[in-house]
Design a protein around this ligand. Structure first.
Ligand SMILES: *[C@@H]1O[C@H](CO)[C@@H](O)[C@H](O)[C@H]1NC(C)=O
Ligand SMILES: *[C@@H]1O[C@H](CO)[C@@H](O)[C@H](O)[C@H]1NC(C)=O
Ligand SMILES: *[C@@H]1O[C@H](CO)[C@@H](O)[C@H](O)[C@H]1NC(C)=O
Ligand SMILES: *[C@@H]1O[C@H](CO)[C@@H](O)[C@H](O)[C@H]1NC(C)=O
Ligand SMILES: *[C@@H]1O[C@H](CO)[C@@H](O)[C@H](O)[C@H]1NC(C)=O
Ligand SMILES: *[C@@H]1O[C@H](CO)[C@@H](O)[C@H](O)[C@H]1NC(C)=O
Ligand SMILES: *[C@@H]1O[C@H](CO)[C@@H](O)[C@H](O)[C@H]1NC(C)=O
Ligand SMILES: *[C@@H]1O[C@H](CO)[C@@H](O)[C@H](O)[C@H]1NC(C)=O
Ligand SMILES: *[C@@H]1O[C@H](CO)[C@@H](O)[C@H](O)[C@H]1NC(C)=O
Ligand SMILES: *[C@@H]1O[C@H](CO)[C@@H](O)[C@H](O)[C@H]1NC(C)=O
Ligand SMILES: *[C@@H]1O[C@H](CO)[C@@H](O)[C@H](O)[C@H]1NC(C)=O
Length: 790
């Protein structure tokens, strides 16, 4: 007994030290001896029996250095063996055989050789069956499970198949393979439905950046983290360079990710195929919608539907109503920004919503329509649906789902997903309870770590798979770099200092002075007008700067300022942005030209931009300096958030964040966490955004309040907030009295309901308790839901 415990505890130690170098002719490994493990010469990989459940073992190869001994390959993932008397034997016939409990063979290599053969584990992670003359009879690299390793060739015969779940390694429903048209795809193949979901099925192959013409169908990635496939898919790890141990794995959630091992033995994501984490197919069952919120995915039922089995979300939802075939007995209710992929009756362009609904009503099998408006107002694409599968909801998805329901049912016309604006209670000092399913982040420490991660943003984690791939290091890059340009898909360029000097006429026309440096107007040789920002106080080396820039360059969203390029030469660190005709929101805040309609649109656009940074980049990009000066307006007054992703360049969020005197750069917009030394999360941006909203609505700046209330000694923003809270309570939702809050200088007619929404959302954003503030995605939801109401 004592010995047993000794062994149990000593196991991790044994994993490393009681190594076998190879399995020789006629010998075997036993599931009962924990020292029966083959270790690669540099001990990166180990091979042996590994527990996968109660009395269930698989023969596997795993990473010795990762904390959880992540498996790379498994011989019998779908047929685990018993914990007693199971063996892996190198038979004299040359066959490698896995026996279950000494009775039945569950797996073998099906090889024969007359002379002795040996089983080796190489430093690459490849398990080799070799003859004494070095002929390879069999190798695990030819039979991958869910993971591809550096230098392992992926071919047309292979398929990576995801695990069933985080703890169950048996074959799941997601796979990665070369399709018959030579393109690498991700496929969901469930019990009842099957469809490919990557590359985006809405795009033709060419638009997805893939080619169907190269039928060699091979792919691999090298030790520096550069992946290349014959269908033109290629990407770099965000920590590109030789060093980290990496693996490309299809996760049980259907996403394909490249991971890098850090010093502590944890895996960080250095690339992933799908940024929109709800867009994999088959995540939620029929009639169910996947929502990504609070860094978590959930399945939710549309109103009128109930969960089939609350313990198994993949079962989906069932309708609580019966539809009749009679068109007169049906109506529709609307869920915005939602998609149900596939199962279209047919597809028609250029229809009005009403025409689309009529098509659906005419068919008994039509359960809903997906409508995407495009082109001229009131015209759009119409997809009548016979089944509601692969549902997902995302603020960046433009389509609207209209579900067909009985006309006399209890459902209202628009009764969207269960995320509601809370009611405001009229006591400015009381904390307002939120009527929202809000999950607190479990570990604050983790958040703190996250913050440091954000600071070291150039590091391992990331990624929005935005456009184009980034060539990080000139010398190591295997691709073309000409004339000092780094060419990336979306035109992100490396400029020479002299080029920019010329473009800006020797940095003559100053158009702004921000925290990070002076901004100049410039005209590129192709006559594009740009804003050129010379960063000050950036003392990073070139490589570090490039790493960070690469992240900024990949971020691409209509409400985020586009970075067209950069310059790093000697001490110069320069960013080149698109030029915004209307300047900043700050300059135009009190302008009459910004009528209430535009202000509402600016509020939504800004929120979308920030939501994209927070949620879709996996909350790794905090802005940390949201203020009207950093919200730029294009010719049509569309807002674009500027100055993001520079947190490390300027030591702003993160490193030194405890040094309050340093980070109080923009007083008035800073969340209480900064002052209270609490962990900094994306909620600091939500707070600042709330203040911006209040300024837009009231026309009062937080500084103005400071001047009037100096003696209070309170934070200025607090006073603007307190004032609005008080006013809201006294007006008590009376639209007539809302006038007292809103900016009197703007003489356009205002929509009292929209104004009230803006103010209520703003007040939620500036809650003192960061956990009570909504996320930016929720803010977008709240504003969008009311955009077309009333
Ligand atoms: C893993 O999932 C498969 C399929 O659902 C199931 O048959 C098997 O028992 C599971 N294995 C474990 C160890 O839970
Ligand atoms: C087989 O490979 C090993 C290691 O690379 C080498 O030392 C040995 O000489 C090779 N044997 C033959 C017969 O080529
Ligand atoms: C698959 O279809 C069968 C028969 O229609 C049904 O019973 C089962 O619940 C479905 N499974 C899932 C996961 O939808
Ligand atoms: C096909 O792809 C392979 C691997 O990327 C490459 O070596 C080969 O040159 C390509 N063939 C053609 C005709 O482009
Ligand atoms: C729907 O129809 C089924 C069978 O016809 C019936 O049992 C059920 O009560 C009906 N449900 C409703 C909500 O009318
Ligand atoms: C689509 O299907 C509906 C119902 O079957 C039909 O009325 C309509 O004409 C079809 N549209 C096209 C373009 O085929
Ligand atoms: C979404 O709609 C807006 C406005 O209708 C449009 O400008 C934008 O390009 C659309 N986005 C996508 C991804 O289609
Ligand atoms: C719906 O209600 C209207 C008025 O109450 C009634 O005339 C009609 O028959 C009802 N339809 C159904 C399908 O019950
Ligand atoms: C550009 O400006 C710098 C500093 O302001 C000055 O030293 C230099 O002579 C100028 N060059 C030209 C060509 O004007
Ligand atoms: C907004 O600000 C810019 C920059 O100051 C200015 O050129 C523009 O005229 C302003 N727009 C309006 C409508 O006042
Ligand atoms: C904190 O800020 C003060 C004043 O700006 C500065 O002197 C000090 O060096 C800073 N401390 C750290 C740790 O950066």
């Amino acid at each position: 007994m004592f010995l047993f415990f000794l062994f149990a505890f000593a196991k991790p130690f044994l994993l490393v030290h009681a190594r076998l170098e190879y399995l020789s002719y006629g010998s075997s490994l036993s599931v009962e001896r924990s020292s029966d493990i083959i270790v690669s010469p540099d001990s990166t990989f180990s091979a042996g029996f590994r527990s996968v459940g109660d009395n269930a073992y698989c023969f596997a190869v795993w990473f010795t250095k990762s904390v959880d001994f992540t498996p790379v390959w498994m011989a019998n993932r779908d047929q685990p063996v018993n914990g007693r008397r199971s063996t892996l034997s190198m038979e004299k016939s040359g066959n490698l055989v896995l026996m279950d409990a000494g009775r039945s063979m569950v797996w073998n290599t099906d090889t024969t050789w007359a002379s002795p053969v040996q089983l080796w584990l190489l430093n690459t992670g490849n398990l080799l069956l070799q003859t004494s003359t070095n002929i390879t009879l069999w190798q695990s690299f030819h039979f991958p499970t869910d993971t591809l390793l550096p230098q392992q060739l992926f071919t047309r015969e292979m398929k990576l198949i995801a695990s069933r779940s985080q703890s169950n390694y048996s074959s799941g429903f997601y796979s990665f393979f070369f399709d018959n048209d030579n393109v690498m795809r991700l496929l969901y193949s469930g019990p009842n439905i099957s469809s490919t979901y990557w590359p985006d099925p809405g795009l033709v192959t060419w638009d997805a950046g893939r080619s169907t013409y190269n039928s060699s169908r091979i792919a691999a990635f090298d030790l520096s983290g550069y992946f290349q496939s014959s269908d033109d898919l290629s990407f770099f790890a965000s920590d590109f360079g030789v060093g980290p141990i990496r693996r490309l794995t299809i996760g049980y959630d259907g996403n394909l990710r490249l991971y890098s091992l850090d010093q502590k033995g944890d895996w960080g994501i250095s690339w992933q195929a799908i940024a929109e984490l709800c867009s994999m197919h088959g995540l939620c069952g029929p009639n169910s919608i996947c929502v990504y919120e609070q860094s978590q995915r959930r399945c939710t039922c549309p109103p009128g539907f109930m969960l089939k089995d609350p313990t198994d979300l993949s079962q989906g939802c069932w309708p609580t109503f019966n539809l009749s075939c009679d068109p007169l007995d049906s109506k529709f209710f609307t869920i915005s920004n939602t998609e149900f992929y596939g199962y279209d009756l047919n597809f028609t362009i250029s229809l009005s919503l009403q025409q689309c609904m009529n098509i659906c009503l005419e068919s008994c099998s039509c359960k809903a329509i997906l409508y995407r408006s495009d082109g001229p107002k009131g015209i759009g694409q119409c997809y009548p649906k016979t089944q509601l599968l692969n549902g997902f909801h995302s603020p960046s998805f433009n389509g609207t789902v209209h579900i067909r329901v009985p006309i006399n049912g209890t459902l209202s016309d628009k009764d969207p997903l269960p995320l509601e604006i809370s009611a405001l209670r009229c006591d400015p000092n009381a904390h307002v309870e939120l009527d929202r399913t809000y999950e607190q982040k479990q570990e604050n420490n983790a958040l703190k770590d996250l913050l440091w991660f954000v600071a070291i943003i150039g590091g391992v984690e990331l990624i929005c798979v935005c456009m184009g791939w980034w060539y990080m290091n000139k010398n190591n890059s295997p691709s073309v770099i000409e004339n000092g340009y780094m060419v990336v898909g979306n035109g992100f360029k490396r400029f020479g200092y002299h080029e920019l000097k010329k473009a800006t006429q020797n940095f003559s026309e100053v158009i702004g002075r921000g925290g990070g440096g002076v901004v100049y107007k410039g005209v590129l040789p192709d006559e594009r007008v740009v804003a050129v920002k010379r960063l000050e106080g950036v003392n990073q080396g070139e490589a570090e700067f490039l790493a960070e820039i690469s992240i900024i360059g990949r971020i691409n969203h209509m409400n985020l300022i586009q970075v067209c390029g950069f310059c790093v030469e000697g001490r110069h660190r320069i960013l080149v942005y698109e030029y915004m005709e209307r300047g900043t929101l700050a300059e135009n805040l009190s302008s009459n030209a910004l009528d209430w309609e535009k202000r509402f649109e600016i509020a939504i656009g800004t929120a979308k931009g920030l939501a994209y940074l927070h949620e879709e980049c996996l909350e790794w990009v905090l802005h940390c300096d949201v203020k009207p000066e950093n919200i730029l307006l294009d010719a049509n007054y569309n807002p674009k958030v500027a100055d993001f992703g520079l947190s490390k360049l300027r030591d702003r969020c993160g490193i030194n964040y405890l040094n309050v005197s340093r980070i109080r750069g923009t007083r008035g917009y800073m969340a209480p966490e900064w002052i209270l030394n609490q962990p900094i999360t994306s909620k600091v941006d939500v707070y600042s955004y709330g203040i911006v909203l209040l300024e837009m609505v009231t026309g009062r700046s937080s500084f103005e309040f400071h001047a009037n209330n100096e003696r209070d000694g309170m934070e200025e923003s607090q006073n603007l907030v307190t004032w609005v809270r008080k006013m809201m309570c006294t007006t008590n939702g009376n639209p007539g009295r809302m006038k007292e809050i809103i900016n009197p200088k703007i003489d356009s007619i205002y929509d009292a309901i929209k104004m009230e929404i803006l103010i209520r959302v703003a007040l939620q954003c500036v809650k003192e308790d960061k956990d009570a503030r909504p996320t930016m995605t929720q803010v977008v939801e709240m504003l969008l839901r009311h955009e077309f109401d009333y």
